[in-house]
Design a binder for this molecule. Structure first.
Ligand code: GAR
Length: 206
């Protein structure tokens, strides 16, 4: 529970896939480690396993696809309405693989948090871990990382960094080993960052 409030803070989590980070959040809410509750999980992909994770945790699981013919900004405005109905304190992008336009972002100023499996400024967009691994194999980098940041605008995986952790890459690594290491780190970093957001007044974060 938030020490400043008798009610846990409410999160809406947006996903597009496997949902292992969502699971870390659900587990931390369940144990009380994270003083929050997941009010809803929304996916733009029907077969995202994260929807099943939400159902198993008895959290509303909403499939909200973007119709091909619909304008991106119109979709985002509708998505914002859907999210707003759950009155979240924080909107968490945990493997949400669509860029959000200002039609969405202006409805939740300084309240959208994104997780990205790379260090600030490095490998924005999709496939960040495999691109980092390829860069390592070319001798360009010796480490990668994970970051959690606010999403103030339409930039790709950019915005004020809330937390970051370096993840080393070893010469014995395969892509699978590196992915495993990165995911392990991001599960912890995301929960810990949300924890600090949930116990601090918003003013002290910005
Ligand atoms: C995570 O690695 C997350 O950092 C990444 O998608 C994966 C989702 O995994 N997000 C991005 O790449 C954002 N650009 P999950 O569905 O198992 O949580």
């Amino acid at each position: 529970m938030n020490p400043l409030s008798p009610f846990p803070l409410s999160l809406v989590v947006l996903i597009s896939g496997h949902g292992s980070n969502l699971q870390a959040i659900l587990d931390a809410c369940q144990t009380g480690d994270l003083p929050a509750r997941v009010a809803a999980v929304i996916s733009n992909k029907r077969d995202a396993y994260g929807l099943e994770r939400a159902r198993l945790a008895k959290v509303p699981a909403v499939y909200h696809p973007k119709p091909k013919e619909q304008d991106r900004r119109e979709y985002d405005a509708g998505l914002a309405d859907l999210v707003a109905a759950y009155q979240p304190e924080w909107v968490v992008l945990a493997g949400w693989m669509r860029l959000l336009s200002n039609e969405f972002l202006r409805r939740f100023p300084n309240r959208v948090v994104n997780l990205h499996p790379a260090l600030p400024g490095a490998f924005p967009g999709t496939e960040a871990i495999s691109r980092a691994f390829e860069a390592f194999q070319r001798g360009e980098i010796s480490q990668t990382g994970v970051m959690v940041h606010l999403v103030p605008d339409e930039g790709v995986d950019s915005g004020p960094v809330l937390a970051q952790v370096i993840v080393p890459i070893f010469s014995s690594d395969t892509l699978e080993l590196l992915e495993e290491r990165v995911h392990h780190v991001e599960h912890q970093l995301l929960v810990n960052t949300l924890k600090s957001l949930c116990v601090q007044p918003k003013r002290s974060i910005l």
